[in-house]
Design a protein around this ligand. Structure first.
Ligand SMILES: Nc1ncnc2c1ncn2[C@@H]1O[C@H](COP(=O)(O)OP(=O)(O)OP(=O)(O)O)[C@@H](O)[C@H]1O
Length: 550
């Protein structure tokens, strides 16, 4: 069986092993920093006591810790860059894999969310992961310094712990609101992407009518950006203010220890100096942690958004695994039978069905009906793009089991009315260039398009011509049923006639295909074997052409 390249490999998403490795480096780096301050303290303390005879012994210790610090930092920096890039591209790959597997309707619903995740969420997570290692290193350094401070003076240490507890409480209480604001900004991101997509999609309309663009900018986009900016600033200023309050507490503590430490706690001066020295040294990592917390919180919001998106997009009926035997069976089908298909866009929303229909091999089935009657919905339901509310499907009188209904997709090659034209023959192995050239000739495109390196030389064509190319691509797919949604609507009268009178018979007879087509071309309804009328979501009329009222 073919290797499934879309298989999710979440283990690769966040390289745990590397993170553990770098965390160990971060610990060593943190400890070397601590080693540095301990040696300095020792020298100061001994000098003050007049016990220091030679500083040479300490020189080697200094050099040793500096060397360890330098090497671990160097490894960490280059490692972190590699790790962050790995995570960045892994996550993007993972989201794209998810998109490729996701059910169509879900994808439509989550389009903006997917875009926000691919851009801002992935960046937020990666940025935080870069900082998280430093964060970890700072925590180790702080922990080591706290232990050392406790060793120097337990009473001063206890006082420090009290002040730290007050600082942390203030910080946590104040940051709760900030975290909420960070979530609000993330929600705005989705709105921004939605408007941004409208601007890109409607670029032509906006270019012609500048008022449209101004209206979108002034009344939709600007509001979001201003609110986003203000909320973000509020959230981060609150964090910074909490940080300043904590620093003030810290300086007050240092002042108190220096001025009153010896009197209140009866501690020798050299111990007080060493203690304050360590305290000042530890301030750097504390500030480091405080500035990191908002970034980590933002990443947490992004991470939960990404996970939610993954859960939503993964809630499908299991991956479709197409066995060769079934593929062959579907390809060689003689009769496709749909029984009581029904689908609804939601409660009190438009629905189609129940619809029953039989399609024989090499039949030409036309579906017509008024705008909004449900033709496209019906076609999308047959294609299994939408999850059926009820219904069965039988191939050659054999019911397709519910868990394999997805596989029915293998039977169809669609050209949608809002088709996308791929310039390469994706998913088609061993493209038969002679066949493509034959079709280019039949579809009167030889002057415009050639096949180069297994792809069309250009797709910069008129809409009608692009549709012809899309149909050629569909014909090259190894699938027995062509599904066309108003394909001929963009063709000129000459080619439309050629399509119905000449090309359809060629497709049926030479290519052994079956056609289901939505069409409004009533002049050519007699070219179908089966003519279906869609009305308010129901196939109310199923006529053999010869029996119709035309
Ligand atoms: N994504 C959607 N969510 C909810 N309702 C939808 C959605 N797409 C279409 N509809 C509704 O379903 C109904 C049928 O739409 P459909 O596109 O199937 O009609 P149609 O017969 O193909 O029309 P047309 O000839 O104009 O292409 C419409 O009334 C529309 O409002």
């Amino acid at each position: 069986m073919k290797k499934n390249v879309l298989k999710n490999n979440t283990a690769n998403l966040i390289p745990i092993k590397s993170i553990i490795g770098y965390s160990v480096l971060a610990i060593i780096s943190g400890l070397s920093g601590f080693g540095f301050i301990t040696i300095i303290n020792k020298i100061i303390s001994m000098s003050m006591k007049g016990e220091l005879a030679t500083k040479n012994d300490y020189l080697f210790m200094f050099l040793g810790t500096i060397a360890v610090f330098f090497i671990t930092r160097k490894w960490l920096s280059s490692g972190i860059i590699k790790l962050s890039q790995k995570m960045f591209w892994n996550m993007r790959r993972d989201v794209v894999k998810l998109i490729l597997k996701a059910p169509y309707r879900k994808l439509q619903e989550y389009k903006d969310e997917v875009y926000s995740t691919l851009t801002s969420d992935v960046n937020n997570i990666v940025n935080a992961s870069l900082i998280a290692i430093n964060f970890f290193s700072s925590i180790i350094l702080i922990a080591a310094c706290l232990i050392y401070m406790a060793y120097l003076s337990i009473s001063l240490f206890a006082m420090c712990l009290g002040v730290i507890a007050i600082g942390v409480t203030i910080y946590l209480v104040r940051s709760r609101k900030s975290n909420q604001q960070i979530k609000e900004v993330r929600e705005l991101e989705r709105g921004f992407v939605n408007i941004f997509n409208s601007i890109l999609g409607g670029a032509k309309e906006i270019n012609i009518n500048k008022d449209k663009g101004e209206d979108i900018y002034e009344n939709r986009l600007k509001g979001i950006t201003v609110t986003g900016e203000k909320t973000y600033v509020k959230a981060f200023v609150k964090y910074l203010n909490s940080e300043i309050i904590s620093q003030l507490l810290f300086y007050a503590l240092v002042t108190f220890i220096l001025v009153y430490g010896d009197k209140v706690f009866s501690i020798p001066l050299d111990v007080t100096v060493s203690f304050v020295f360590v305290l000042l040294y530890v301030l750097g990592p504390i500030v480091n942690i405080m500035t990191t917390i908002p970034i980590i919180n933002r990443a947490k919001v992004s991470f939960s958004k990404m996970n939610k998106l993954k859960t939503e997009l993964q809630s499908i009926e299991g991956e479709s695994s197409i066995e060769t035997s079934n593929k062959e069976k579907y390809y060689n089908f003689n009769k496709l039978e749909i029984q009581d298909y029904s689908f609804s866009y939601g409660e009190d929303k438009f629905s189609v069905g129940p619809i029953s229909l039989e399609i024989d091999r090499n039949e030409v089935v036309f579906v017509y009906g008024g705008n909004g009657a449900g033709k496209t919905t019906f076609i999308n339901t047959i294609l299994q793009l939408y999850n059926l509310e009820s219904g069965n499907v039988l191939v050659d009188d054999i019911p397709v089991p519910e868990e394999r209904v997805e596989n029915i997709k293998e039977m169809f090659s669609p050209v949608f009315s809002d088709f996308y034209l791929f310039d390469e023959f994706y998913g088609i192995k061993d493209v038969d260039v002679n066949k493509v050239n034959h079709y280019l000739d039949l579809f009167e495109l030889t002057e415009k398009v050639t096949v180069e390196n297994n792809k069309f030389s250009t797709t910069n064509l008129s809409t009608g011509q692009r549709k012809r190319l899309a149909l050629i691509s569909a014909l090259l797919e190894d699938r027995p049923i062509l599904v066309l949604d108003e394909w001929a609507a963009d063709q000129d009268p000459h080619f439309r006639k050629k399509f119905y009178e000449e090309i359809i018979p060629i497709i049926i007879e030479q290519e052994d295909k079956t056609i289901i087509a939505i069409t409004h071309d009533d002049r050519y309804y007699d070219k179908s074997d089966k003519l279906l009328k869609m009305e308010y979501g129901r196939l109310v009329e199923v006529n053999r052409v010869l029996e119709t009222v035309f």
